[in-house]
Design a protein around this ligand. Structure first.
Ligand code: ADP
Ligand code: MG
Length: 249
Protein backbone atom coordinates (compact mmCIF):
# COMPACT_ATOMS: atom_id res chain seq x y z
CA UNK A 1 0.00 0.00 0.00
CA UNK A 2 1.84 3.15 -0.90
CA UNK A 3 0.69 6.18 0.90
CA UNK A 4 2.38 9.42 -0.14
CA UNK A 5 3.42 10.37 3.38
CA UNK A 6 4.72 6.92 4.34
CA UNK A 7 8.52 6.62 4.36
CA UNK A 8 9.86 4.85 1.29
CA UNK A 9 12.59 3.15 3.34
CA UNK A 10 12.39 2.29 6.99
CA UNK A 11 14.87 0.61 9.34
CA UNK A 12 13.37 -0.60 12.61
CA UNK A 13 15.82 -1.78 15.28
CA UNK A 14 18.03 -3.42 12.70
CA UNK A 15 20.97 -5.47 13.90
CA UNK A 16 23.37 -7.39 11.74
CA UNK A 17 26.30 -9.67 12.49
CA UNK A 18 28.65 -11.03 9.83
CA UNK A 19 28.31 -14.81 10.19
CA UNK A 20 31.93 -15.51 9.23
CA UNK A 21 33.43 -13.68 12.19
CA UNK A 22 30.44 -12.75 14.37
CA UNK A 23 31.21 -9.06 13.92
CA UNK A 24 28.28 -6.89 15.06
CA UNK A 25 28.27 -4.52 12.09
CA UNK A 26 24.89 -2.77 12.42
CA UNK A 27 23.71 -1.85 15.91
CA UNK A 28 20.11 -0.90 16.55
CA UNK A 29 19.58 1.08 13.38
CA UNK A 30 16.40 3.14 13.30
CA UNK A 31 16.09 5.32 10.23
CA UNK A 32 13.36 6.54 8.01
CA UNK A 33 13.68 8.05 4.53
CA UNK A 34 10.94 10.08 2.89
CA UNK A 35 10.01 9.70 -0.76
CA UNK A 36 12.27 11.92 -2.84
CA UNK A 37 14.64 12.58 0.02
CA UNK A 38 18.36 13.01 -0.77
CA UNK A 39 20.59 11.70 1.99
CA UNK A 40 24.35 11.58 2.33
CA UNK A 41 25.85 8.91 4.60
CA UNK A 42 29.37 9.43 5.88
CA UNK A 43 31.64 8.06 8.57
CA UNK A 44 35.03 6.43 9.02
CA UNK A 45 36.08 3.41 7.01
CA UNK A 46 34.64 0.25 8.56
CA UNK A 47 31.72 2.04 10.25
CA UNK A 48 29.10 -0.02 8.38
CA UNK A 49 28.00 2.40 5.65
CA UNK A 50 28.23 -0.09 2.78
CA UNK A 51 26.60 -2.80 4.86
CA UNK A 52 23.72 -0.47 5.73
CA UNK A 53 22.88 0.41 2.14
CA UNK A 54 23.50 -3.12 0.84
CA UNK A 55 20.84 -4.39 3.27
CA UNK A 56 18.27 -2.20 1.49
CA UNK A 57 18.37 -4.28 -1.70
CA UNK A 58 19.16 -7.55 0.06
CA UNK A 59 22.78 -7.78 -1.04
CA UNK A 60 23.35 -8.46 2.68
CA UNK A 61 21.10 -10.23 5.15
CA UNK A 62 20.29 -8.87 8.56
CA UNK A 63 19.37 -10.89 11.65
CA UNK A 64 17.19 -8.64 13.80
CA UNK A 65 14.63 -5.94 13.22
CA UNK A 66 12.95 -4.96 10.00
CA UNK A 67 13.75 -3.09 6.81
CA UNK A 68 10.73 -2.01 4.81
CA UNK A 69 11.16 -0.67 1.28
CA UNK A 70 8.08 0.86 -0.33
CA UNK A 71 5.80 -1.39 1.69
CA UNK A 72 7.79 -4.61 1.26
CA UNK A 73 9.70 -6.18 4.14
CA UNK A 74 13.18 -6.99 2.82
CA UNK A 75 14.27 -10.56 3.41
CA UNK A 76 10.95 -12.27 4.02
CA UNK A 77 10.75 -14.09 0.73
CA UNK A 78 12.29 -14.24 -2.71
CA UNK A 79 9.37 -12.45 -4.36
CA UNK A 80 9.81 -9.55 -1.97
CA UNK A 81 13.49 -9.33 -2.80
CA UNK A 82 12.69 -9.27 -6.53
CA UNK A 83 10.12 -6.55 -6.02
CA UNK A 84 12.53 -4.43 -4.00
CA UNK A 85 15.37 -4.89 -6.48
CA UNK A 86 13.16 -3.72 -9.34
CA UNK A 87 12.70 -0.42 -7.51
CA UNK A 88 16.26 0.09 -6.32
CA UNK A 89 19.25 0.97 -8.49
CA UNK A 90 22.76 0.76 -7.15
CA UNK A 91 26.07 2.29 -8.20
CA UNK A 92 29.31 1.03 -6.68
CA UNK A 93 32.79 2.41 -6.24
CA UNK A 94 34.06 -0.06 -8.85
CA UNK A 95 31.79 0.43 -11.81
CA UNK A 96 31.06 -3.29 -12.34
CA UNK A 97 30.44 -2.95 -16.07
CA UNK A 98 30.80 -6.06 -18.24
CA UNK A 99 34.09 -5.51 -20.11
CA UNK A 100 33.20 -7.75 -23.04
CA UNK A 101 29.97 -5.88 -23.79
CA UNK A 102 29.68 -2.44 -25.37
CA UNK A 103 28.27 0.45 -23.38
CA UNK A 104 24.89 0.05 -25.06
CA UNK A 105 24.89 -3.74 -24.53
CA UNK A 106 25.68 -3.19 -20.84
CA UNK A 107 22.63 -0.95 -20.60
CA UNK A 108 20.13 -3.19 -22.36
CA UNK A 109 21.17 -6.44 -20.66
CA UNK A 110 18.88 -6.26 -17.62
CA UNK A 111 15.95 -4.57 -19.35
CA UNK A 112 15.84 -7.29 -22.03
CA UNK A 113 16.75 -10.35 -19.93
CA UNK A 114 15.27 -9.54 -16.55
CA UNK A 115 12.48 -7.10 -17.35
CA UNK A 116 11.72 -8.80 -20.73
CA UNK A 117 11.56 -5.46 -22.51
CA UNK A 118 11.53 -5.64 -26.33
CA UNK A 119 15.05 -4.94 -27.67
CA UNK A 120 14.07 -1.81 -29.65
CA UNK A 121 12.40 -0.27 -26.66
CA UNK A 122 15.38 -1.14 -24.43
CA UNK A 123 17.77 0.50 -26.91
CA UNK A 124 15.63 3.61 -27.10
CA UNK A 125 15.51 3.90 -23.30
CA UNK A 126 19.23 3.20 -22.99
CA UNK A 127 20.12 5.90 -25.49
CA UNK A 128 17.94 8.38 -23.60
CA UNK A 129 19.80 7.57 -20.37
CA UNK A 130 23.16 7.87 -22.11
CA UNK A 131 22.10 11.34 -23.30
CA UNK A 132 21.17 12.17 -19.75
CA UNK A 133 24.69 11.35 -18.51
CA UNK A 134 26.09 13.01 -21.66
CA UNK A 135 27.86 9.99 -23.06
CA UNK A 136 25.65 8.87 -25.96
CA UNK A 137 28.50 9.26 -28.47
CA UNK A 138 30.34 6.38 -26.75
CA UNK A 139 27.45 3.89 -26.94
CA UNK A 140 29.35 1.46 -29.16
CA UNK A 141 32.64 1.54 -27.27
CA UNK A 142 33.77 -1.01 -24.69
CA UNK A 143 34.08 0.11 -21.06
CA UNK A 144 37.87 -0.11 -21.00
CA UNK A 145 38.09 2.35 -23.89
CA UNK A 146 36.55 4.97 -21.60
CA UNK A 147 37.96 6.97 -18.69
CA UNK A 148 36.95 6.09 -15.13
CA UNK A 149 34.60 9.05 -14.95
CA UNK A 150 32.94 8.04 -18.20
CA UNK A 151 32.60 4.42 -17.00
CA UNK A 152 30.96 5.57 -13.81
CA UNK A 153 28.50 7.71 -15.80
CA UNK A 154 27.70 4.61 -17.87
CA UNK A 155 27.11 2.66 -14.64
CA UNK A 156 24.71 5.37 -13.47
CA UNK A 157 22.89 5.32 -16.82
CA UNK A 158 22.63 1.54 -16.59
CA UNK A 159 20.89 1.76 -13.22
CA UNK A 160 18.50 4.37 -14.52
CA UNK A 161 17.34 2.12 -17.38
CA UNK A 162 15.13 0.21 -14.97
CA UNK A 163 13.53 3.50 -13.77
CA UNK A 164 14.25 2.94 -10.09
CA UNK A 165 12.36 4.81 -7.39
CA UNK A 166 15.44 4.66 -5.19
CA UNK A 167 19.11 5.06 -6.11
CA UNK A 168 21.88 3.89 -3.81
CA UNK A 169 25.41 5.15 -4.40
CA UNK A 170 28.33 3.62 -2.53
CA UNK A 171 31.33 5.95 -2.73
CA UNK A 172 30.78 6.49 -6.46
CA UNK A 173 33.72 8.84 -6.86
CA UNK A 174 36.33 7.37 -4.56
CA UNK A 175 37.99 5.20 -7.21
CA UNK A 176 38.29 8.14 -9.62
CA UNK A 177 41.17 10.41 -10.42
CA UNK A 178 40.49 13.87 -8.99
CA UNK A 179 39.84 15.48 -12.36
CA UNK A 180 36.98 13.06 -13.04
CA UNK A 181 35.12 13.45 -9.79
CA UNK A 182 33.25 16.58 -10.80
CA UNK A 183 31.75 15.13 -14.01
CA UNK A 184 30.26 12.26 -12.00
CA UNK A 185 28.99 14.48 -9.19
CA UNK A 186 27.45 16.82 -11.77
CA UNK A 187 25.55 13.92 -13.31
CA UNK A 188 24.35 12.88 -9.85
CA UNK A 189 23.27 16.43 -9.05
CA UNK A 190 21.34 16.37 -12.34
CA UNK A 191 19.29 13.42 -11.07
CA UNK A 192 18.10 15.15 -7.95
CA UNK A 193 15.23 17.03 -9.55
CA UNK A 194 13.56 13.81 -10.72
CA UNK A 195 11.78 13.05 -7.46
CA UNK A 196 13.90 9.93 -7.00
CA UNK A 197 14.97 9.00 -3.49
CA UNK A 198 18.78 9.06 -3.31
CA UNK A 199 21.07 7.65 -0.64
CA UNK A 200 24.71 8.31 -1.22
CA UNK A 201 27.70 7.17 0.78
CA UNK A 202 30.29 9.86 0.11
CA UNK A 203 32.66 12.24 1.80
CA UNK A 204 32.22 14.86 -0.92
CA UNK A 205 31.12 17.76 1.20
CA UNK A 206 30.35 20.01 -1.76
CA UNK A 207 27.93 17.40 -3.07
CA UNK A 208 26.32 17.02 0.36
CA UNK A 209 25.86 20.76 0.68
CA UNK A 210 24.48 21.09 -2.84
CA UNK A 211 21.90 18.30 -2.77
CA UNK A 212 21.44 16.58 0.58
CA UNK A 213 18.38 17.18 2.70
CA UNK A 214 20.14 15.33 5.48
CA UNK A 215 23.56 13.97 6.41
CA UNK A 216 23.82 10.80 8.45
CA UNK A 217 27.06 10.13 10.29
CA UNK A 218 27.88 6.54 11.23
CA UNK A 219 30.57 5.15 13.49
CA UNK A 220 31.10 1.59 14.72
CA UNK A 221 27.82 0.33 13.29
CA UNK A 222 25.69 3.06 14.80
CA UNK A 223 24.01 6.20 13.57
CA UNK A 224 25.77 8.72 15.76
CA UNK A 225 24.37 11.95 14.39
CA UNK A 226 22.05 13.21 11.67
CA UNK A 227 21.35 16.75 10.62
CA UNK A 228 21.08 19.14 7.70
CA UNK A 229 24.38 19.52 5.83
CA UNK A 230 24.79 23.10 7.10
CA UNK A 231 24.37 22.08 10.73
CA UNK A 232 26.35 18.88 10.44
CA UNK A 233 29.40 20.40 8.76
CA UNK A 234 29.42 23.74 10.62
CA UNK A 235 28.26 22.64 14.01
CA UNK A 236 28.72 18.88 14.61
CA UNK A 237 27.37 17.88 17.99
CA UNK A 238 29.03 14.57 18.69
CA UNK A 239 32.66 14.17 19.59
CA UNK A 240 33.08 11.38 17.04
CA UNK A 241 31.58 13.53 14.24
CA UNK A 242 33.86 16.39 15.23
CA UNK A 243 36.86 14.11 15.15
CA UNK A 244 35.88 12.69 11.76
CA UNK A 245 35.27 16.12 10.23
CA UNK A 246 38.58 17.43 11.53
CA UNK A 247 40.25 14.67 9.51
CA UNK A 248 38.41 15.13 6.20
CA UNK A 249 38.09 18.94 6.10
P1 ADP B 1 32.21 0.99 5.48
O1 ADP B 1 31.47 0.90 4.20
O2 ADP B 1 31.69 2.05 6.39
O3 ADP B 1 33.69 1.14 5.28
P2 ADP B 1 31.51 -1.80 5.79
O4 ADP B 1 30.04 -1.86 5.86
O5 ADP B 1 32.15 -2.16 4.51
O6 ADP B 1 32.01 -0.36 6.29
O7 ADP B 1 32.16 -2.77 6.89
C1 ADP B 1 31.92 -2.58 8.25
C2 ADP B 1 32.71 -3.61 9.04
O8 ADP B 1 32.26 -4.91 8.75
C3 ADP B 1 34.19 -3.59 8.76
O9 ADP B 1 34.87 -3.69 9.98
C4 ADP B 1 34.43 -4.78 7.91
O10 ADP B 1 35.69 -5.34 8.16
C5 ADP B 1 33.34 -5.74 8.35
N1 ADP B 1 32.90 -6.55 7.21
C6 ADP B 1 32.47 -6.09 6.01
N2 ADP B 1 32.13 -7.10 5.18
C7 ADP B 1 32.35 -8.25 5.88
C8 ADP B 1 32.18 -9.64 5.59
N3 ADP B 1 31.70 -10.05 4.40
N4 ADP B 1 32.50 -10.51 6.55
C9 ADP B 1 32.97 -10.12 7.75
N5 ADP B 1 33.15 -8.82 8.10
C10 ADP B 1 32.85 -7.90 7.19
MG1 MG C 1 32.11 1.09 2.23
Amino acid sequence: MSNTDAPIIQFENVNKWYPSNGYHVLRDINLSFAKGEKVVICGPSGSGKSTLIRCINALEEYQEGKIIVDGTVVGDDVKGVDRVRREVGMVFQQFNLFPHLTVLENLILSPTWVAKMPRNEAIEKAMAQLERVRIAEHADKYPLQLSGGQQQRVAIARSLCLTPKIMLFDEPTSALDPEMIKEVLDVMIGLTDQGMTMLCVTHEMGFAKAVADRVIFMDQGQVVEQNTPEEFFNNPQNERSQDFLSKIL
